[in-house]
Design a protein around this ligand. Sequence first.
Ligand SMILES: [Zn+2]
Length: 304
Amino acid sequence: MAKNKNVLDRRTLIKTLGLTVGATLVSPIVHATSDVSNKKSKKVLTVAHITDVHIRPEHDAPNRFKKCLKDIKKHKVDFFLNGGDTIYAADYGHIKRERVNEQWAIWKELRNDFSEYEVHSCLGNHDMWWAAPDKSDPMYGKDFVVKQLETPGRYYSFNKRNWHFIVLDSNNKNAGSLDEEQRKWLETDLAKLDDNSNILILSHYPIIGVNGGTHTDRNYITDLYYKHKDKKITCLSGHVHLLDSIVYNNVNYFCNGALSGFWWEDGNEKSGGKYWVKETPPGYAIINLFEDGTIENTYYPHSY
Ligand SMILES: [Zn+2]
């Protein structure tokens, strides 16, 4: 009986508050891994999850991003998780060096606006410049992006309070996927943790998701997580610019839309509103992490 209750407690409760298609202002959308309304466990961290910022000079994107930042700061977050596709695009064959530099320069300038916060970023598929004249070019590929984002590497982990954070690099063969070296590292990183550890895993591509665009090696990853079923694992992603949440084998998967919405553009015939991608408005997530491994993930649509 007690065991059964535990499963129920950890089931995702979805409270969709007045999501009105076509409206400019949309209420926050709350996804939680337990009923937080009468919660006894202590909140230990509040984190902002921004993803798919796709910063670019066009469409007044930098100023609109600054407006979002102002709103995010009101939530008194401890730090930021940045889910990748930080710049609009460097990955297409026709992209020139100047264009790559231009986009990263905007990101660096904007970073000054919230330099008081740590930002833990992962690599998105659009961040890398593969069209560099040759592979020895300092701007070629992932190493350059790692430098721009000031991360310890293309994948890494760190601890805050009683939570362990893992940042993955999904950008490998048959993307999204993990390469062999990263698989070994992830297996070792998880194996080092105590039973019942609280874990938050950030990737650019969703590991599993409702709308496709997910990890092609999802079976390997879900099998690995199942080996660690004693632990409380939550996964965050972006990439598809859509909002969804899934529970599989008691692991929570939240795909938190896109800060840029429709890449800062107005949208298309499928957009539920101006700047939306299909049914998802542009926005960011504020995540409360509790001592007992549960989380409350709230997506805040913005209308900038
Ligand atoms: Zn992407």
